[in-house]
Design a binder for this molecule. Structure first.
Ligand code: FAD
Length: 280
């Protein structure tokens, strides 16, 4: 039996947040033992284009953990993509998570990279030494007609060079397992990590599941109803819920777990304490 992977995701602090915020997050994650930490890439007008590379570099050099840099491509010109990739080379990232990014109706795409697979292929061609990861959607990407179509597109992304996949959040393990079976049947044989987002407050679960078209299973809905106005208790229930999801998925032999920390190191540490024995 191969050992499952455990990895984390953090995001760059808002420009308005104090500079040290990311250190608070990373310091708070000490003691957790991830195979890598991935750093998201902001697409907003206010986003700092250098933040992902800088934080990835900090994670590697100051915390000794391999870093994966996210990069969204639909609004990038070729020159901007080259610039971002150069920064990732300097930061010695372990891999680039090639993404399209969400559509912003107020912005016109640059028209160079239409899908994540275009960026994956571009990185393969221009930086053959760099590993490329990709995103996947157990409950189907909201823009796809159905899961079969979405998986056919995912296959293109893997064929274009994505050698490792990380899933969108889901709260019903059966959705992930169904997706996994279909992906394997479609010939996708790269490692697929299950994305777990702990519940920390009711509004954010409703917002995130709405955005991703993810289901809220009845078992979670009753928790949100009961403790929606009691964030401390909901957070406790969320830690148990995420830990149980991880135990179930690891027992079923998944390749790995990617925990969305939401920059909440306390919650991540508690979950790690519950599940670390499963990752020997
Ligand atoms: P794609 O793989 O391009 O897929 C998008 C849609 O296009 C899907 O419906 C797909 O089926 C379809 N499609 C793909 N290829 C083709 C094709 N060749 N022909 C026709 N249709 C096609 N967003 C951020 O802004 N920053 C982040 O850091 C970030 N990190 C993320 C990390 C993970 C693990 C995940 C799951 C998502 C992340 N996102 C992030 C959100 C992501 O950008 C959105 O979900 C976006 O809508 C899709 O990105 P993608 O890379 O999956 O796109």
């Amino acid at each position: 039996m191969t050992k499952p992977l455990f990895s984390l995701e953090v995001f760059p602090p808002k420009r308005t947040a104090p500079v040290g915020t990311i250190y608070d997050t990373l310091d708070g994650l000490r003691g957790v033992d991830p195979a890598f930490i991935s750093v998201t890439y902001g697409t907003g007008k206010q986003s700092d284009r250098t933040a992902t590379a800088r934080i990835a570099n900090t994670i590697r050099t100051e915390y000794g953990i391999p870093a994966v840099a996210h990069l969204t491509c639909q609004y990038l010109t070729r020159e901007q993509a080259d610039e971002a990739l150069d920064m990732f080379v300097q930061a010695k990232v372990a891999a680039v998570l090639a993404l399209r990014g969400d559509r912003n109706p107020e912005r016109e795409p640059a028209g160079v990279f239409h899908h994540a697979s275009d960026l994956a292929a571009y990185i393969r061609r221009t930086h053959p030494e760099m590993a490329v990861y990709g995103a996947c959607y157990p409950e189907c990407h909201p823009q796809s007609r159905d899961l079969d179509e979405d998986i056919a597109h995912l296959r293109l992304k893997v064929d274009a060079g994505a050698s490792h996949l990380i899933s969108q959040l889901f709260y019903d393990d059966r959705d992930f397992l169904r997706f996994l079976d279909k992906a394997r049947a479609a010939g996708i044989d790269v490692p697929i990590e299950a994305g777990i987002m702990p519940v920390t407050n009711a509004a954010s679960v409703r917002r995130m599941t709405g955005m991703c078209s993810s289901k809220v299973p009845e078992r979670l809905a009753v928790m949100l109803d009961r403790w929606g106005d009691d964030p401390a208790t909901l957070r406790e229930a969320g830690i148990i819920y995420a830990s149980e999801q991880i135990a179930d998925l690891v027992a079923r032999g998944v390749d790995g777990i990617h925990l969305y920390t939401m920059n909440h190191p306390g919650v991540t540490r508690r979950i790690w304490a519950n599940v670390k024995g499963l990752f020997h």
